[in-house]
Design a protein around this ligand. Structure first.
Ligand SMILES: C[S@@+](CC[C@H](N)C(=O)[O-])C[C@H]1O[C@@H](n2cnc3c(N)ncnc32)[C@H](O)[C@@H]1O
Length: 299
């Protein structure tokens, strides 16, 4: 937690505010750690699907819940059965804010324990903050509890790293153009063009053909590796491996139109990586390298 006494910015206009706070940042940022149970309605990441990939904090909250509002088909019903015994379950799919917010507010005000369960991590394409702000404006406190985003389940399935020494130095979580993103806001091609980025495309299963065609039109190497991981961590998980040139056909043959993550870049195969600095000299030095640089590679 950030210290509350180590700032000398001289701003004493609000005695209750943390001196480290800045405009627009909630004071609770300094009071609560990410795994702590807070006051109000938690917005919990369910993880990618396998109930065992829910965090311990999330499991404890679900076990105590009277009402769980969950994100439909991307939250595995096995997880709901395993951990939400006794809770009322409401599927949020097809419901708008005007319906969801009063539902959660009324339950909370009636003294019931409410959990909002999002797939993966709520911070990635979760549309969580708008629900939280609406609840807060109705006097209901809210907070996040993180989860395993599907890109991390996908990389585990692929037995690779999203960042890999000499292969990929960066990761992009992105989505293709469509109803939400305009052509100008679609940066898939730019990320792929950077060369050392692993591009994780959410919400793009239905548009693999169009996305790959655009990459080809933009002159990217057709042999660039691409993986499509359908239902990562679910019992029916499936992995399609290909290239920018041929992955669309494989997706169409498999018939997937949703619920898959598309990963573009050399990290898909992991080929050609170099040892990191952290372990590079292990055989010669006989001791762990404790320089700052070495430590930072171990994150
Ligand atoms: C609305 S977004 C939610 C993402 C979620 N918050 C997360 O962190 O994974 C839904 C998209 O996430 C991806 N997704 C979610 N769960 C997945 C899974 N188990 N396997 C593969 N992709 C998944 C798909 O691309 C899907 O279209």
């Amino acid at each position: 937690m950030m210290g509350s006494n180590d700032s000398d910015d001289g701003n004493d206009s609000n005695d209750s505010a943390d001196p480290d706070s800045i405009d627009g940042v909630d004071d609770r940022v300094f009071e609560r750690n990410a795994g702590d149970r807070g006051e109000g309605v938690p917005f919990v990441g369910a993880g990618p699907g396998d109930p065992r990939l829910l965090t311990v904090a999330g499991k404890e909250l679900l076990e105590d819940a009277d009402l769980v509002v969950h994100a439909g088909s991307l939250v595995n019903s096995e997880l709901l059965e395993a951990y939400c015994d006794g809770a009322d379950l409401v599927n949020s799919v097809g419901k708008d804010l005007e319906e969801l917010v009063p539902l959660m507010r009324d339950a909370y005000e009636d003294g019931r324990t409410v959990v909002r369960l999002h797939s993966g991590d709520p911070a990635i394409y979760g549309a969580a903050l708008e629900q939280m702000d609406a609840l807060e404006s109705e006097g209901v406190p809210t907070y996040f509890v993180p989860g395993v985003t599907s890109a991390f389940a996908a990389s585990a399935t692929l037995r690779t790293q999203l960042t890999l020494n000499e292969v990929s130095n960066h990761v992009a979580f992105t989505r293709p153009q469509g109803k939400t993103l305009s052509e100008e806001q679609d940066h898939v091609s730019e990320f792929v063009g950077m060369g050392d980025v692993t591009t994780c495309i959410y919400l793009g299963t239905h548009a693999v053909r169009e996305t790959m065609d655009r990459l080809l039109e933009d002159g990217h190497d057709p042999e660039t590796p691409v993986a499509v991981i359908y239902h990562a961590s679910w019992p029916d998980e499936d992995v399609l491996l290909g290239t920018i040139d041929d992955i669309a056909e494989k997706v169409e043959t498999a018939g997937y139109r949703a619920s898959a993550l598309v990963v573009v870049g050399d990290a898909v195969t992991g080929a050609g990586y170099e040892r990191s600095y952290l372990y590079g000299d292990w055989a010669n030095s006989g001791a762990a390298d404790t320089t700052d640089e070495a430590e930072s590679t171990d994150d």
